[in-house]
Write a protein that binds this ligand. Structure first.
Ligand code: ADP
Ligand code: MG
Length: 291
């Protein structure tokens, strides 16, 4: 009779409960109701843990962490930046101080969502335009992080495995390039082997990454060589995501980089424009200067 009751209990346990790790107090197997898969209890000693995750969830966490590491290593290794502070810019620490900034944030958030949805097949060319200190670089990085969050750091790619095609998840490649620094590096790389290697690495990332931020376009010197470099880049990135921050207005951009580059850029730019006009200079605000 007793063994029948035990058998019934075991069947019930399997139907209703998930079986987890050993109890940290007594070693008995922890159980969680299938309805509440994170709520583990030990039927032997009464130990309870509500935070433990199922093995599947834990594996998923590890997988996401590995992808994250891969994505951030690529970002760090292929970026060209003045201060590593840019890597801390995100929506969490963007606090709109007025209506205009709230609008900028909302538009940037909705464009990030659109970019994340079309990460694979729907290229977006995004312009963030305005004066210095207005938060363009902050928003560009925030958008990139938002897309990474929403895509869970991957894109789905169709790949031939053996005889058939399968959908596999590939970590995203994203890069941040301050344009005038990149141009200086290009110049220096002519005579310096180390710089030349660095330049090649960044240049390749700029051409191939899933998302490239080109920061501060228009701040570099005034020479055809610079303009031509941008033209070559746009020829390659014509159908890939790009986020550009610039202090130049539309007409000035055309004057500088020519109509060919600009029409390539405009191809996927409809509606993807954020103006920072009327927004305060945050660098001045920080220094307590006039605003
Ligand atoms: N709304 C905001 N909330 C928090 N920090 C901001 C905001 N707007 C700008 N900043 C900060 O002000 C500084 C200048 O912004 P930045 O993005 O570098 O400007 P820009 O690229 O337009 O020259 C940065 O330190 C940035 O983090
Ligand atoms: Mg900037």
């Amino acid at each position: 009779m007793e063994s029948l009751a035990k058998g019934m209990q075991a069947i019930l346990e399997h139907k209703i409960f998930l079986h987890g790790d050993p109890c940290p107090q007594c070693g008995n197997t922890l159980l969680a109701p299938k309805m509440y898969p994170n709520s583990w209890t030990c039927s032997e000693c009464g130990f309870r843990s509500v935070t433990s995750k199922t093995q599947e969830e834990r594996l998923k966490d590890i997988q996401i962490q590995n992808r994250k590491d891969e994505v951030f290593n690529y970002l760090r290794n292929t970026s060209c930046f003045g201060s590593s502070k840019v890597f801390n810019f995100n929506f969490g620490n963007y606090s709109p101080i007025d209506e205009k900034e709230a609008k900028v944030r909302n538009k940037a958030l909705s464009m990030s969502e659109q970019l994340a949805k079309g990460i694979k097949d729907d290229p977006m060319h995004i312009f963030l335009q305005g004066g210095t200190g207005r938060g363009k670089t902050h928003i560009a990085m925030a958008m990139m992080y938002e897309v990474l969050n929403q895509t869970k750091y991957v894109k789905n790619v169709r790949k031939k495995v053996g005889e058939e095609y399968q959908i596999v998840q590939v970590p995203l490649a994203v890069t941040f390039v301050n344009w005038s620094r990149f141009m200086t590096l290009k110049q220096e790389s002519i005579r310096d082997d180390e710089k030349s290697k660095q330049f090649t690495l960044i240049n390749t990332a700029l051409q191939t990454a899933d998302i490239a931020i080109v920061d501060d376009l228009g701040k570099e010197g005034n020479s055809d060589w610079y303009f031509q470099t941008f033209d070559e880049l746009m020829e390659i990135r014509e159908d890939q995501h790009i986020i550009i921050t610039t202090n130049l207005e539309g007409e000035d951009l055309i004057k500088r980089y020519g109509d060919r580059s600009m029409s390539r850029l405009r191809k996927h730019a409809r509606g993807n424009f954020i103006s920072f006009a009327g927004i305060q200079d945050h660098r001045m605000l920080k220094e307590g200067g006039p605003h």
